[in-house]
Design a protein around this ligand. Structure first.
Ligand code: RFL
Ligand code: PHB
Length: 390
């Protein structure tokens, strides 16, 4: 079999790239080792930047997102028993974010892909990108015991942090930069109304808490927890009690509890691999970088990578120019590092770090106070949160 671009990974980055390419008449095949149901069952991001929303529209997959997503003009920073609203809309000259779950976005892109008749292979085993250093790459995999190979012009590694694409590049061909945080996020999903109309990010002596949502009837909440915490030790009741303790009283009173139908712990990490291109293999999304979720940037960075990569492929096929391909890694990384910085900073000001010195604690308090007293500081936060330009 032969195609123009093989995409490894059917997460948001692979699906978005596949849909954009298909609409531009560039043939592509998506290969994923997981099943469709497994991919659709992963609960993750919930906040979309305007650039991500625009790309969903360009991909022709934005209709349900516009109908069911919720536009947010601000969020709350809670600390010291009070909260302070960050007026995203006012501080950024009219920009906002969209609340729409990654599960829904993934489903929309998959449905659209099926309707367009573009090929996806799920449950592929031993997926391997090969010969990308030369001019004739291919992707090999096995399915139901039979070996397959897809020859192509380019391979897009959209297979997440644990994927095979980055692992297939020789160790000495890239550099990686990493920071592992000494805590994780315990998250639950429950069909109860959100605590407030907007998201609440809380810094509390017991640890960080975030009250988010998926709709007016479905809440997504997180609390900071120590590494090594066991999910089995967290009954729903224990989670709700701990969440309430970390919120200012007026929010705590409004917490509606109910049974959770998803509960998981995610470790927090910053990671960047440089470069993001290895001749005919390109990395995009979590395959190339990871950010802690505090800034709501992971999925949005995956989307901006896809934007640059899609433009590069269009230039190659339609304009017969490799300028975009040659510039891809540097363009993507310039934006990635700014989001890595913002995510690290949000994590640093909002979490309680074990063994923090009194000095560091005072600096954290001063950071939060500065945000509430200076519109310059709040504007810097807001412009990063709504998303830097592509
Ligand atoms: P994904 O979603 O991990 O998809 C990768 C796909 O590749 C497949 N795959 C393989 N296929 C073949 N062979 C292999 N060897 C393979 N290995 C893996 C997998 O099956 C999968 O289908 O990567 P992608 O597409 O780059 O998307 C990245 C986003 O999923 C991620 O950045 C976000 O979820 C991060 N994130 C958030 N991002 C935001 O922008 N806003 C948020 O509000 C937000 N909240 C979050 C988050 C991530 C979280 N966790 C669990 C880490 C909240 C949490 C709790
Ligand atoms: C979410 O709703 O899952 C969510 C929202 C904001 C974040 C991280 C996750 O910063």
């Amino acid at each position: 079999m032969r195609t123009q671009v093989v995409i490894i990974g059917s997460g948001p980055s692979g699906l978005l790239l596949g849909q954009l390419l298909a609409r531009a008449g560039i043939a592509n095949v998506i290969v994923d080792h997981a099943s469709k149901d497994h991919i659709l069952g992963r609960v993750r991001a919930g906040v979309l930047e305007e650039g991500t929303v625009r790309l969903m529209d360009e991909a022709g997959s934005g209709a349900r997102m516009h109908a069911e997503g919720i536009a947010h003009d601000g969020f709350s920073l809670a600390f010291d028993g009070r909260d302070h609203r960050i007026d995203l809309f006012g501080l950024t000259g009219g920009r906002r974010v969209m609340i729409y779950g990654q599960m829904e976005l993934t489903r929309d892109l998959m449905d659209q892909r099926e309707r367009a008749g573009a090929p996806s292979v799920y449950e592929a085993e031993s997926v391997t990108p090969r010969d990308f250093e030369g001019d004739a790459p291919h992707v090999a995999y096995r399915k139901n015991g039979i070996a397959h190979r897809i020859d192509c012009d380019f391979i897009a590694g959209c297979d997440g942090f644990h994927g095979v694409s980055r692992r297939s590049v020789p160790q000495n061909a890239f550099r990686s930069f990493e920071k592992v945080y000494p805590f994780g996020w315990l998250g639950i999903l429950a069909d109860v109304p959100p605590v407030d109309d907007e998201l609440v990010y809380a810094n509390h002596p017991r640890g960080f808490a975030l009250c988010s949502m998926r709709s007016h009837t479905r809440s997504r909440h997180y609390i900071q927890c120590p590494l090594g915490e066991k999910i089995g030790d967290w009954s729903d009741q224990r989670f709700w009690d701990e969440l309430r303790r970390r919120l200012p009283a007026h929010h705590a009173e409004r917490v509606v509890t109910g049974p959770s139908f998803e509960k998981s712990i995610a470790p927090l990490r910053s990671f960047v691999a440089e470069p993001m291109r290895f001749n005919r293999l390109f990395l995009a999304g979590d395959a190339a970088h990871i950010v802690p979720p505090t800034g709501a940037k992971g999925l949005n960075l995956a989307a901006s990578d896809v934007h640059y990569l899609f433009e590069a492929f269009v230039e190659h096929y339609q304009d017969r120019s490799n300028a975009g391909i040659d510039a891809y890694s540097a363009r993507a990384l310039a934006r990635v590092w700014k989001a890595v910085r913002f995510s690290w900073w949000m994590t640093t000001i909002l979490h309680r770090f074990p063994e923090t010195s009194e000095f560091d604690q005072k600096i954290q308090e001063a950071e939060l106070a500065y945000l509430t007293h200076s519109s310059a500081a709040a504007t810097a936060l807001a412009e990063n949160y709504v998303g830097l330009p592509f």
